[in-house]
Design a protein around this ligand. Structure first.
Ligand SMILES: C[S@@+](CC[C@H](N)C(=O)[O-])C[C@H]1O[C@@H](n2cnc3c(N)ncnc32)[C@H](O)[C@@H]1O
Length: 185
């Protein structure tokens, strides 16, 4: 099987806008993206898993494969994910369809989908995820920007707040991890 890096790079050259990164996320980013997943209840959905850096970290934290659903646009990545992670549900569907996959009360959504500077995607992906997250559910997003990838006014309109969880220098490029939660009433 080709290495994750080779598969990632070849798909990035074919679909630069979708893949939107030059290499799979490092293990250091994956650890920060998945902190606390072992404590959440309910299903977990990962969107934009690519070659599975975060998927591996979620499973390494002890989450049972049958609690995890992956939504990935790229069919080649989906094939790789099915081979690597038996027992995990891999859907070749856009994250925008998260309300239509038959799960509610999600404990957590882990996102590698590029949302920065894409207001329509912010509403369609993050907004819809909150319709199926539990009241305490958390949406975790990787970004390469030092600031929250969703502007404050859009967060307010969506009824969510952001907190920077981490800056991870050991990644190409350096990455930030943000978590979004519902605003207190
Ligand atoms: C920056 S890569 C991140 C991959 C992986 N999470 C990582 O960090 O190594 C973005 C991934 O999101 C996928 N993607 C982009 N738009 C998507 C969408 N609307 N729904 C699902 N996946 C999407 C791409 O195909 C790609 O696998």
């Amino acid at each position: 099987m080709a290495s994750d890096f080779t598969v990632f790079l070849s798909e990035m050259m074919r679909n630069p806008r979708e893949v939107s990164a030059i290499a799979p996320s490092s293990a250091a980013v994956a650890r920060r993206m998945t902190e606390g997943v072992e404590e959440v209840t309910g299903p977990i959905v990962e969107i934009g898993p690519g070659t599975g850096s975060f998927t591996r970290a979620i499973l390494n934290r002890g989450v049972a494969p049958d609690r995890l659903i992956l939504m990935e646009l790229n069919p080649r990545f989906c094939e790789e994910l099915r081979q690597k992670f038996p027992g995990v549900t891999v859907l070749n569907r856009p994250a925008q369809e998260i309300e239509q996959i038959g799960v509610t009360n999600l404990g957590c959504v882990i996102s590698g989908v590029p949302v920065l500077a894409r207001p329509q995607i912010q509403r369609e992906v993050v907004g819809r995820a909150f319709n199926v997250l539990s009241a305490e559910g958390v949406f975790v997003q990787i970004t390469y920007s030092p600031n929250a990838p969703i502007p404050a006014e859009v967060q307010a309109q969506m009824g969510i707040t952001a907190r920077k969880r981490a800056t991870v220098w050991a990644n190409l490029p350096p990455a930030r991890v943000f978590e979004f939660r519902r605003r207190a009433q």
